[in-house]
Design a protein around this ligand. Structure first.
Ligand code: GCU
Length: 598
């Protein structure tokens, strides 16, 4: 499914939730998909796991079936729900029935998935609706009318989270490869012609200082219909600003500009959101939208015309106490609540697009967001197919969240090894991102090979990104924290510089002298030395995103005493207890907030 068919803002549409209890079959050998000759089963094959295994006569043989005793909750990963699936990577078949009222004339129905990790094959009543790859972005398939039954529609999703060298991410990552239907599932019901996607934002081309001075702001908008809209009109409303206007439509896209006065701009200090309504063909979509301008000015990052310093917190989409993927509003409130306690004003969502609860809450709570696709470490940069897969995820990420004021940076990857093939691959992603959205900054987390003398930031990819973002671990992966005292930093680009990762491991509750690795004191010392070093960073130093806010699961971390399958670089441990380093960073952020008050 191409991203242009993605339906956005599904919460604002008529829908039936398919969340809840689903039945499942674990199928490590893909028996439900392939015959014993390992050829794909035919559609009508009764042994295919997408077919309802009913027997019409007692002599019939059936060797698969869905049963309430084998149930999983959706949304949710399977690893945290079934002990035997903790480490499981492979295929799991999910099945549930649902009823659906008969559609009125012209109405359409779509199956929508917030995310399924990694490869999803979707079947309804024995027919295949489609396949999607990518574990962290949404997709939807239209349900052919003739396929719909009033009752007991038999829905099956084959989910396979096996890692492969040719996928995005590839085989080697430092996070838990949670599998399953990890985000909401719903049936969307739409009119025959409907608004598929839209974008309403402050026109990035305007001189924001001038607009503020003249109290005259230009908001630009576009609406993409699912098909030729024919005649009719779209009504755009911003009730709080007493703004209402009808726009005649023709073709499958509408573009408009609005001039507004008294517009309160969105910022972390004042995360102002407006209700914006788009009505067309009997359907009204409403969204909470903030208006702000983000740009680089020389080697500074400016928000609404003023320099901003990014006080970051990095997070994985995980709830450590339950060792599971985060998916709900409450989960987002917990993670962003911790970031607020740290006095962070920026979130780096690592290393894949997080769920919409998180980005919408970031809008409401006033966080500046870095959102990233999982082009991570050693992707196969020589493959056009892999590039295409990355581009699809990039477009899906941008399409879903292009109306989120909080998102200021699209990241096309993390710590990708320098080579001409890689740089060409990454540049192609940067160009794609800019072609999709010229109103935000585009970056990637670059790597530096640190040393106690001069650290030279000259990754060729920095020539194409809007800001230069580097991951550095001077004092953890390189030497001890005191090495920061002599470290110098040189950047080859006259661009804003942010440290997109820096951090040290500490086992929560383990205390010792500061030179003892894994102690909270070592991690505390690490940040004390880093923060002192930040005072000496090059002029364009515009922010830091410590790695990481809270400990997270990783099968790569196997020190029996200090790690036990956890990456321990959190400044909060897996039980939610703050480590000593939390206070060090919080103090630094309070000082930076005061020093860079806007
Ligand atoms: C890397 C990487 C992270 C990883 C971290 C670490 O920089 O980007 O995904 O978890 O370092 O080593 O802890």
């Amino acid at each position: 499914m191409a991203a242009e068919n993605l339906i956005i803002n599904t919460d604002s549409r008529e829908s039936i939730s398919l969340n809840g209890t689903w039945q499942y079959i674990v199928d490590p050998y893909d028996t439900g998909f392939y015959t014993y000759r390992f050829t794909e089963r035919s559609e009508g094959d009764p042994e295919a796991y997408w077919n309802n295994p009913v027997t019409k006569h007692r002599s019939e043989r059936r060797e698969h079936g869905y049963h309430p005793s084998n149930s999983l909750q959706v949304p949710g990963d399977w690893n945290s729900q079934k002990k035997e699936l903790t480490y499981y990577e492979g295929s799991v078949w999910y099945q549930r029935d649902f009823d659906l009222r008969s559609l009125k004339k012209g109405e359409r129905a779509f199956l929508y998935f917030g995310a399924v990790n990694y490869e999803a094959h979707v079947y309804l009543n024995g027919k295949k609706l489609g396949m999607h790859k990518g574990g962290f972005t949404p997709f939807n398939f239209e349900i052919p009318k003739e396929l719909i039954k009033k009752e007991d529609n038999f829905l099956v999703v084959k989910v396979d989270n096996k890692r492969h060298p040719q996928e995005v991410p590839t085989v080697n990552v430092d996070w838990w490869n949670y599998g399953g239907i990890t985000r909401d599932v719903k049936v969307l019901i739409t009119p025959d012609k409907f608004i598929q996607q839209y974008n309403v934002q402050l026109d990035p081309a305007q001189d924001i200082a001038e607009s503020i001075a003249q109290d005259r702001f230009v908001v630009t908008g576009s609406v993409d219909f699912n098909r030729d809209a024919g005649k009719g009109s779209v009504t755009v409303k911003i009730p709080e600003l007493d703004f209402t206007r009808d726009y005649a439509v023709s073709g499958d896209r509408l573009e408009f500009d609005i001039e507004l006065a008294d517009l309160e701009l969105w910022s972390p200090e004042d995360p102002k959101l407006y209700n914006v309504e788009l009505a067309y063909n009997g359907e009204t979509l409403s969204d909470r939208i903030g208006f702000r301008k983000i740009e680089t000015v020389g080697n500074e990052i400016h928000l609404n015309g003023e320099r901003v310093f990014l006080r970051g917190a990095t997070i994985h989409e995980e709830i450590p106490q339950d060792v599971r993927r985060a998916y709900s509003k409450e989960d987002a409130e917990q993670l962003l609540g911790w970031a607020k306690e740290l006095n962070a004003n920026m979130l780096r969502l690592a290393h894949y697009p997080h769920n919409e609860e998180i980005t919408r809450l970031a809008d409401a709570m006033g966080f500046l967001v870095w959102s990233e696709i999982p082009v991570y470490w050693t992707i196969d940069f020589s493959s056009d197919e892999v590039l295409e897969k990355a581009k699809v995820q990039l477009e899906e990420m941008i399409t879903r969240d292009r109306n989120r004021a909080s998102i200021i940076i699209w990241s096309v990857g993390n710590e990708t090894p320098v080579s001409p093939v890689r740089t060409a691959f990454m540049k192609s992603l940067i160009d794609k991102a800019k072609s999709l959205d010229d109103s935000r900054l585009v970056s990637a987390a670059l790597e530096v090979h640190y040393n106690p003398e001069t650290n030279h930031i000259n990754d060729p990819l920095g020539a194409y990104t809007d800001i230069v973002s580097v991951n550095e671990y001077l004092g953890w992966y390189g030497g001890t924290p005191d090495m920061c005292r002599t470290a110098q930093w040189e950047v080859d680009y006259d661009k804003p510089l942010i440290i997109s990762e820096t951090g040290a491991g500490a086992k929560g509750g383990f205390h010792a002298d500061r030179e003892t690795r894994w102690s909270e004191e070592y991690q505390e010392w690490y940040y004390q030395e880093q923060i002192a070093m930040f005072e000496r960073m090059p002029e364009g130093f515009s922010g830091v995103a410590p790695w990481i806010l809270v400990d997270f699961r990783s099968p790569k971390r196997n020190h029996p005493e200090y790690q036990e399958g956890w990456n321990r670089k959190g400044i909060i441990d897996e039980k939610g207890n703050k480590k000593k380093a939390f206070a060090v960073l919080n103090k630094y952020y309070d000082e930076m907030e005061a020093a860079t008050a806007r």
